[in-house]
Write a protein that binds this ligand. Sequence first.
Ligand code: F6R
Length: 621
Amino acid sequence: MCGIVGYIGPREAVTVLLPALRRLEYRGYDSAGVATIHGKNLEVRKTAGKILQLEAILERSPVRGRVGIAHTRWATHGRPSDGNSHPHVDCASRLAIVHNGIIENYRELRKDLARDGHQFRSQTDTEVIAHLIERHRANGLAEGVRQAALQLQGAFAIACIAGDEPEVVVAVRRGSPPLVIGFGDSEVFLASDIPALLGETREIVVLEEGEMTVLTAKSVTLHTLDGHRVRRTHSIIPWDRDTAEKAGFPHSGFPHFMLKEIFEQPAAVRNTIRDRVDLEGGDIRIPEMGLTDRDLVGLNRLCFVACGTSLHAAMVGKYMVEAFARLPVEVDVASEFRYRKPVLDGRVLTVPISQSGETADTLAALREAREQGSRIVAVCNVLGSSVAREADGVLYTRAGIEIGVASTKAFTAQLTALFLLALKLGMARGFIDRALARHLTKGLWEVPDLMAGVLELNEEVEKVLAIGKVASRFAESKDFLYLGRGIHYPLALEGALKLKEISYIHAEGYPAGEMKHGPIALIDARMPVVAIAPKGPTYEKMAANIEEVKAREGIVIAVVTAGDGEVGGEADVVLPIPPAAHWLQPLLVAVPMQLLAYHIGVLKGCDVDQPRNLAKSVTVE
Ligand code: F6R
């Protein structure tokens, strides 16, 4: 996955492109580059490494021009190197392109172009696009891009500029890689996603699959690749410069986006509940789902599809929906969904869950479900993202922009949204009456305040050790085991995932009852075991598992209800959470898991906002 930006207007392009590129850095950060047109000259600077390195090059060797494109790369074809970085140029260095996606037939094209005398300078699939456009440019840049796009196979988004046509930026989208056009005052922006345009414009148009656009400072035209004119109304996004500043560019006082986002969870949860819950009447309103109570009664199954952290939220959602609505629920790893020939029809509600709304596997699962006749309601955080646009309805999490690669506030916002969805289903299907709904929603309403209390674990309070100090005791451990039961089993998986990706320590999440079937053999005095054991239906069983760990000299870090002397007394380290209804505990348990992973990662000197080899979501394989 890569990030693309473009600009044409009265300002120096680089002053717009670099901040936008930084907002896209989560999409890839192993190389970066920029191309502008100054007079009729194409100026290109690019480098392996992060955007900071590109900025240093631009400092020494600035580029000028009021039209430009830029790119941040996550390598797929060709290792990260200066030569493989984008933009790529044609033989004559007259045109430059940036690209997100994969060109499947690039080998054949490359051979064919080489036979024609085109000289290649990189190992990328992208460079063939520049040469292909060069081949087809007789009737201008736009026609060249169109002809080239028709010959390319794969899924891609491309932006292109040319020194001899300095008044235009041409862009095209085939398949899933997103492209958004932003409208300013006599200036036009282009980007891989909406957050990149944050603070510049609120007026946007999303380029659909199989469309291309020609941008000038004063006009934007849209066409299908077979030449038909497209007219589309502009959308207004509800983010402004203020939101951008609040979103923290840079991260307003916190040392990392991850920590900032962990601390934003009370607000993320509150925003996700806001105006959807009638506390007095005990009602839930989610009209954006586009489903009537009758539709909900008519369902015979629900199917969650998601990846990574979103998958763990789905697993918690299964417990909630089955308990509140007595509706059978399946949870599928999105990347596996299409390989198991899922049995779906109009009575199955498929719910893709995705923070970014751009994860390729989740999008593919959504499309598979649609093909099988299922209705689709997405749980998604990014407005206007591909998942949100392709679903029949959307239950938006309102976590705000998540910059840290490790998902934190989006996860707890997803748990909140799924709690609301489960309640809504339970009420419609007659398993939850208004009194119970009032009780449950009141509990949910209190969660943000309880979370704020758990966040205090970041500091030393009374007798409770600051989580940073706990982390320092375990930062050198080689392996971790996370145990949970029932609704906390997915939290054990999530805790282990956070630790792995942030600190590179091997960690396994396990249903605690499975310990005796093998993993118990691993436990010894060097093995920290995070046991999730707040008061609730699985408490006694967890207490027994903790004793088993202690009997093998394992080190127990227990997440327990504050004041629990029993399990708490057995544990080596206690991470307390306040008392809360069983169904809401995952929202609180998530916080110490995240803080522990964060602090261990920081202590080990890891780049917690951008772990190696990880991009925030994978749009194109
Ligand atoms: C882990 C993490 C990933 C994402 C996964 C799905 O911290 O961030 O596991 O959860 O890549 O991404 P979305 O939710 O954007 O589809």
